[in-house]
Design a protein around this ligand. Structure first.
Ligand code: SAM
Length: 215
């Protein structure tokens, strides 16, 4: 990494800490370790550490670093957790998670993006991420239930399949909204008896969650 990019990376991480999106050393370390420049398009490498989403082709985006940090923090991750991510996109969020938990399962509906992400994980030597091409609104039954679920695209409601695949004591973070321009980040908690609690958090803007239990 050149000096300019390195300084921008330090600046971004400091901003995310000031904004309270990064709240502990483990998440901060994950942001240091994962090179966002490897997940953006070649022509955007100089923009890799601006606090904004960027296009990755196919009408999709790599999420804004603030959102990645904020959602990662809300998941309250433990090193033994298994996490399901819906919407692999560039693979950046999954790579951050891979540094913080035991295993990440990520589902992407666009096969070209899933393949691209897999190659980046290989190049980085990341071995604890499994990628599947398919409709993530249905979860990934084979590896369910999950300690944590993160959905990085916004649908009209919380998919039933994902609620079922969340472990008792688990947390799911998901943007939901009738509007495709602005949505609400929901924090979903399942208690040990299986009762669901849903809390509205900040407003956000995500691409559409398409699929059987999405748009
Ligand atoms: N987490 C990604 C990252 O770190 O780059 C950003 C994801 S992007 C904002 C949302 C992704 O969700 C897109 O790649 C889109 O194709 C995918 N997506 C939308 N609906 C989906 C579905 N039902 N199943 C799986 N992926 C879906």
């Amino acid at each position: 990494m050149n000096d300019d990019l390195y300084l921008k990376k330090i600046d971004l991480i400091n901003t995310l800490k000031e904004e309270n999106a990064i709240r502990n050393l483990k998440v901060e370390k994950a942001f240091f370790e994962i090179p966002r420049e490897m997940f953006v398009r070649d022509e955007d490498i100089s923009l890799a550490y601006i606090n904004a989403p960027l296009s990755i082709g196919y009408g999709q985006t790599i999420s804004q670093p603030y959102m990645v940090a904020y959602m990662t923090t809300l998941l309250n991750l433990n090193e033994n957790d298994t996490v399901l991510e819906v919407g692999t996109g560039s693979g950046y969020q999954a790579a951050i998670l891979s540094k913080l938990v035991m295993e990440v399962y990520t589902v992407e509906r666009i096969s070209e993006l899933a393949e691209r992400a897999k190659k980046i994980f290989q190049n980085l030597g990341i071995k604890n991420i499994k990628v599947k091409v398919g409709d993530g609104t249905l979860g990934w039954a084979k590896f369910a239930p999950f300690d944590k679920i993160i959905v990085t695209a916004a649908g009209p409601k919380i998919p039933e399949s994902l609620l079922k695949q969340l472990k008792p004591g688990g947390i799911m973070i998901i943007p939901v909204g009738e509007s495709t321009f602005i949505q609400t980040l929901k924090i979903v908690k399942k208690d040990e008896k299986g009762k669901i609690y849903i809390e509205d958090d900040i407003k956000c803007v995500f691409v559409k969650l398409l699929g059987k239990e999405g748009w």
